[in-house]
Design a protein around this ligand. Structure first.
Ligand code: 6R9
Length: 646
């Protein structure tokens, strides 16, 4: 496999960037020639941000799995597509070649068909990080069903909401999942999520942990039985085939739910062709992937990073993707380094929170681990602080591996702002330059472009993008108006990211974090409104307000102010635990507040709006600079809150 569109010098980056902005249709049309199409496009791009409507490769037909699998078979059939490292290091590694991946994906597509799944149907996938998860995702793509992967840490209630929103008719799950020393009973969570559900017809269950599960007659079937049956259908005389569904370039490929500043998580929809191009292009360029490299992205496939840089990006490039079932600290804090050593990993892509947490264990876990295979390091999910950047550089990269700081979002499908490893310069804690085709702009509250720099030459503003790149979200599932409102209505004719950013005189960007009510906890997006809704569901909670505060490892921690009615047993600690239990039930353990402060009132304006600015300051410990509190309904409440700060 060769990548003629791989950028190899700073000059080429500049030239390609210029062309991509001046002649986007010629630029992307040219790159698209490197993929396999059933039918080519009539027009490369048609768009407006008013509705919004974005269409790339109008009229083209393809199937993404033919690009991720079939086209590699002739020359790379026996090359590893996925190297799977189990949770327990003693267990056998599984190496899935492209031939094997082809067979399993065809088989599973047949299983879906046998169970009544058709093009356009929504299939929810709630599994641990096992190769079967990849087969399930790609099996859906092969028959044109829309996959909606839900992270294994979400609660039954969260799953139920997502199943309802997507009107999903099918679920693929596991009996359980291994994560560190825990077995998570996934099927039983699904059973709870299905109480009262009216849309789901079939649940396919893969056996991983041998946890006893309840199998409902007529609804629940075993993965293994179904696959065995399908094997005879897709394999004749040793030849495996399952014709891939012909998809329109703009047909939805998947839904992925993500948190916003208001209401329930929204289902971000990505299309087939644009998403394929973008994940491939950014994978090849940001990570400077070379055929044969082992790429280890430590994300879970339940998040966008796993979709784009464990599955679609690497596989469409004929790459080798390492998929890890477990967690960085089990059996000990040297696990990542053991994996790098064992599988001769060349590219390591992880989150700042993981780096900070591993930093906390010191250098001991790195001793005796051979990391010499590493060529390139990457980070994603949140701003990386300089201390973590330097630790990563020095102790993991041994000063010889470029670090790419990749800024992007669920909605953007792949990296938008990032250096390209060894090709464009890195700058610690700066995401640096936009990818070709990406036109960032910093605006003020009114949407005017900020052009005035401070004395250091830095411009500061809200980060927007001026024109569509191929993998921009197309809609939010079932509610296009919500998509418009959320991303395209704040500023006219701009996509608003929700992030604040700085820009230096060389055009480098540094992302400073969310400017809306979205928290970033260990790289996971959580809406403050979502956490408040969950808190308020607890019987004793009268009202609550949630803000973020700086946290050494997680980046941001969750601070909850809670007005409590009747204190059960008069026991604050027990009550806190009860409340955390409720949040775990309603959303999942990732949304549990780190601190819960009981208060008798919240600072509100006369019109009843909670003054979060004040609560944020208190949580951050900046009680000396609370600003003007005289407009508050009851200024005394602020003193009380400051006194009780945790
Ligand atoms: C890919 C992913 C998106 C939010 C985004 C921003 C933050 C992601 C970052 C970063 C600073 C980086 N973010 N990468 N902030 N530097 N390199 O994480 O998607 O889960 O949707 O989160 O994460 O705040 O808006 P998602």
């Amino acid at each position: 496999m060769s990548y003629p569109y791989q950028i190899t010098s700073l000059e080429q980056y500049k030239a390609d960037y210029k062309k991509s902005v001046e002649e986007p249709e010629a630029f992307w049309g040219n790159i698209a020639e490197n993929f396999q199409w059933r039918k080519k496009w009539n027009k490369v791009l048609d768009w407006n941000f008013r509705e919004p409507k974005v269409e790339w490769f109008q009229g083209a037909k393809l199937n993404i799995t033919e690009n991720c699998i079939d086209r590699h078979l002739a020359t790379m059939g026996d090359k590893p597509a996925i190297i799977w490292e189990p949770n327990n290091p003693e267990e056998r590694v599984r190496i899935v070649t492209y031939n094997r991946l082809h067979k399993r994906v065809c088989q599973f597509a047949q299983v879906l068909k046998n169970n009544g799944v058709k093009k356009g149907d929504r299939v929810c996938i709630y599994m641990g990080m096992v190769p079967e998860l990849a087969y399930a995702v790609l099996g859906c793509a092969r028959i044109g069903a829309i996959h909606s992967v839900i992270f294994g840490g979400f609660s039954a209630q969260s799953i139920a909401d997502r199943l309802y929103d997507a009107q999903a008719e099918f679920i693929v799950t596991c009996d359980g999942a291994y994560r560190g020393n825990k077995d998570i009973p996934l099927k039983s969570v699904i059973d709870d999520a299905l109480i009262g559900n009216r849309t789901v017809k079939k649940v396919i269950v893969y056996t991983r942990t041998r946890t006893p599960v309840s199998m409902l007659k007529g609804r629940d079937v075993w993965w293994e039985d179904e696959m065995e049956h399908a094997e005879h259908q897709v394999e004749q005389n040793g030849v495996v085939s399952f014709p891939a569904e012909e998809m329109d370039a703009e047909d939805p490929l998947f839904i992925l739910y993500t948190s916003g500043s208001t209401g329930k998580p929204k289902g971000v929809v990505h299309s087939s062709a644009g998403y394929m191009l973008w994940t491939n292009y950014t994978f090849v360029n940001v990570f400077q992937y070379k055929p044969g490299d082992v790429h280890f992205c430590t994300a879970d496939i339940g998040w966008i990073t796993g979709h784009s840089y464990i599955l679609y990006g690497p596989l469409s490039a004929g790459g080798t993707s390492l998929m890890f079932e477990g967690i960085p600290t089990w059996p000990d804090a040297g696990r990542f380094w053991d994996i790098v050593d064992k599988h001769k990993v060349n590219i390591l892509y992880t989150a700042p929170t993981a780096i900070r947490s591993l930093m906390g264990f010191g250098l001991e876990p790195l001793k005796g681990k051979d990391l010499s295979s590493l060529k390139i390091l990457g980070t994603v999910g949140e701003p990386i602080n300089e201390e973590a950047w330097h630790w990563y550089d020095e102790h993991v990269g041994k000063g010889k591996c470029p670090i790419v700081d990749t800024w992007w979002q669920t909605e953007t499908g792949g990296c938008l702002i990032s250096n390209m490893a060894g090709v464009t310069p890195a700058k610690p804690s700066w995401a640096t330059l936009p990818m070709p085709g990406v036109q960032p702009i910093l605006v003020d509250e009114k949407g005017e472009e900020v052009t005035e720099a401070d004395e250091d030459g830095i411009i500061k503003g809200n980060l927007c993008i001026k024109a569509p790149w191929p993998a921009i979200l197309r809609t939010t599932y079932g509610d296009h108006e919500r998509c418009r409102q959320n991303y395209f209505a704040t500023y006219e004719n701009l996509y608003f990211t929700g992030d604040g950013a700085l820009k230096d005189a060389d055009g480098n960007f540094r992302i400073t974090g969310r400017v809306d009510d979205v928290l970033n906890v260990s790289g996971h997006r959580i809406g403050t409104a979502e956490v408040e809704n969950a808190l308020n569901m607890h019987a004793g909670v009268v009202e609550s307000a949630v803000v973020g505060y700086p946290h050494d490892v997680k980046g941001q921690g969750i601070y909850a102010y809670v007005i409590y009615g009747h204190m059960h047993n008069n026991d604050e600690e027990l009550t806190r635990k009860d409340i955390l239990q409720t949040v775990t039930r309603v959303i999942g353990p990732i949304a549990k507040p780190d601190k819960i402060q009981f208060v008798s009132g919240l600072p509100k304006t006369r019109s009843g709006k909670i003054m979060r600015r004040i609560l944020r300051k208190i949580a951050e410990g900046e009680t000396g600079s609370l600003g003007d509190t005289s407009t508050l309904l009851d200024p005394a409440v602020v003193d009380e809150i400051v006194k009780g700060k945790l």
